[in-house]
Design a protein around this ligand. Structure first.
Ligand code: KG4
Ligand code: ZN
Length: 340
């Protein structure tokens, strides 16, 4: 079955065609990052307006690249939550128009579930159950994926998401938005043991994260150096921060794998592109767990991952009437019958 999938939850407009949840037939993406970078972060109204401008052309491109017509599409999947509400509404409304005019099923698809599903595209052999770390600009979760549409949250961040911490640290270091990739790149030139930044744990919730402490520690370190008139060793700060976050993410994921008896471990989300995190996981899963890390091209936001997850939502019967709404927040373990 060919699914046409739409993603507009943040600052990437994307439309894709995916066959049977596993094969990408087309996957064009238009990123708005260059526009938002001027403001140091995503400006929601600008994001919505750019989605409106781009989505029609991207839809045509996705069908053309796949060599298909709308009539050869079996269903329309769209990110309905979580994300920027105005941005989500653009994709949801466009999807409704397509579903209505082509008389196709409409499949609401959860953005964070889709990040996990990016791995189904890269690894045909991957199937639940597994434990997954999802680390993105807005979310940090450790989940047990029991089947394609059943999730159990083991832990999540109590404050900032991992990507948010990267973006704020980048800003204080004078690096461009979004900050994850520039901090990661600068970290390659620094000493990860130069500064000891905090790695937070909670005795009562071993899989929960907190990144506001490490973020504030970096900000204080940089401001103290500035006040003393000392040069900031930006590469060492980047490397030490990168190390603290990667160690935290990796150790909690491996603890979850050990304690749940998982055989497979999955990484997902934009922060999944982090080179230190990828290396650490490869080292520490070796010989113990089958590790699935998405290719860099599928770590960030795209619509192919929506097509992958949408396929499994469709198989589970999770189609929506045209009254579908968008939601800024929605837990990953939402129950289709209750929430929609
Ligand atoms: O998943 P994503 O594309 O969008 C959301 O759903 O939030 O994640 C974007 C986040 C940003 O915070 C960005 O700074 C971070 O992923 N990121 C990275 C790297 N590349 C992107 N963080 C750490 N290291 C990277 N190499
Ligand atoms: Zn995302």
């Amino acid at each position: 079955m060919n699914i046409l999938a739409i993603e507009t939850s943040c600052d990437e407009t994307a439309v894709s065609v995916v066959r049977d949840g596993r094969t990408i037939l087309s996957n064009p993406v238009i990123s708005q990052i260059d526009i938002h970078r001027i403001y140091g972060g995503v400006v929601p109204e600008i994001a919505s307006r750019k989605h409106i401008e781009c989505i029609g052309a991207l839809y045509g491109q996705a069908l053309q690249d796949a060599g298909l017509t709308l009539q050869e599409i079996g269903a329309i999947a769209v990110t309905f939550a979580p994300g920027l509400i105005g941005a989500l509404l653009v994709g949801v409304n466009f999807a409704k128009g397509l579903a209505l005019c082509a008389k196709k099923p409409l499949i609401p698809t959860h953005h964070i579930r889709s990040h996990v599903a990016a791995n189904y595209l890269a690894y045909p052999e991957l199937a639940p159950p597994f434990v997954a770390l999802i680390a993105s600009g807005g979310h940090s979760h450790i989940v047990q994926v029991e089947d394609y549409t059943t999730y159990r949250i083991l832990g999540q961040t109590r404050d900032d998401a991992a990507g948010e911490a990267f973006d704020k640290v980048a800003r204080v270091l004078g690096l461009p938005y979004p900050g994850g990739a520039p901090v990661d790149a600068l970290a390659q030139q620094g000493n990860p043991n130069a500064i000891s930044f905090p790695q937070v744990s909670f005795a009562d919730a071993p899989y929960d994260f907190s990144f506001s402490g490490v973020k504030t520690a970096v900000i204080n370190f940089v401001h103290t150096a500035e006040q003393k008139g000392e040069p900031t060793a930006k590469a060492d700060v980047s490397a030490s921060f990168n190390e603290a976050v990667a160690q935290t993410l990796c150790s909690k994921l491996l603890l979850a794998a050990r304690e749940t008896g998982a055989k497979q471990v999955v990484l997902a989300g934009g922060v999944g592109a982090n080179s230190r995190l990828r290396t650490l996981l490869q080292e520490q899963c070796s010989g113990k767990y089958a590790l699935f890390i998405p290719p860099l091209s599928l770590c960030g936001d795209n619509a192919a991952m929506v097509g992958a997850q949408g396929y499994y939502e469709f198989l589970a019967g999770h189609c929506s009437p045209l009254s579908l709404n968008a939601y800024a927040t929605m837990p990953i373990n939402y129950c289709f019958g209750q929430h929609l």
